[in-house]
Design a protein around this ligand. Sequence first.
Ligand code: FE2
Length: 370
Amino acid sequence: MSTTAPDHDPLDLEAVDAIELWVGNALQAAHFYRTGWGFDIVAYAGPETGVRDKVSYVLQQGKLRLVVTSSLREGTEIARHVARHGDGARDIALRVADAEAAFKEAVRRGAVPMRGPWDEKDDHGIVRRATIGAYGETVHTFVERSDYSGEFAPGYEARTTVPDPLPPVGLLDFDHSVANVELNRMNFWVDFYEKVLGFHLIQGFTDEDISTEYSALMSKVVSDGVGRIKFPINEPAPGKKRSQVDEYLDFYNGPGLQHIAIATDDIVSSVQALEARGLEFMRVPDTYYEDLRDRFEDLDLDVDVLERYGILADRDDEGYLLQIFSRMNQDRPTVFFELIERHGSRGFGNGNFKALFVALEREQERRGNL
Ligand code: FE2
């Protein structure tokens, strides 16, 4: 807690500190994110570290941090969350200079207080946290860790795993995290991020932009002032059949985090490494690459390589980007990852949305959910 008045808005957020997933089996989820996605397991909390009712593994790669947590007992909040939503994101934690000041200001601006502020202490110092509610049962915890020198937080012990024998994946940082919310709720949540966290609307797509023969969605993107944190928010739009957002809302039982986009500076190497680790990605129809050759004719881009790995490309006034979408990270058709390599473009690949939705609908069809 600072004793002097802050010289800046306490809601000038520093970064996404970590995304915590509540899962049915943290041991196996940690193994999946380590072996499949190339994260290192760097810290652990559980009965051995004095935590009685749950276990957590902290996974790190570049600046990316995931926490996977599962309940050891029935009837806990985590167990109930997993029963209702399946494995999913509970907490998109946001690093701040002063968690108490950020929390108080967010609540003053209309956020729902969930917990805190509270301190966790050990020999390495103090981590201070405070939690507000967001869409569905998702929360944002403000995390202040400037007075902490340990690996992650009190209650955790550092873990060093044996060196990973598989090729490194090269994931660098969070790029954006996407929410799916119910019909007619997108603007409510855009207002929430603008009003409470001081974010700005940076892009909006209508169902005209993002529609196929069968289904559509609307999307708006909010970002903090400097663009370090970007949250696109999707809602379904009426179509002939159910959209991917409808399918998500059905299986997640409400709004929640849909995908985490991760920055890489070499998407081809990342995809090669991930495929060697057994992961699979969404494929768009082959005709996509014929169009791409025309759209990128003037750029020195090896479209054959992109086609081989199923990587998508999009461009705008500022530059271009390469991206690819993983298959689901769990049984339910809910949470997945995106890889993104940016070359000037600050977009989200809206030029690809249509091709991608055709691919997503093909998968939905196979699940009998279209
Ligand atoms: Fe995305």
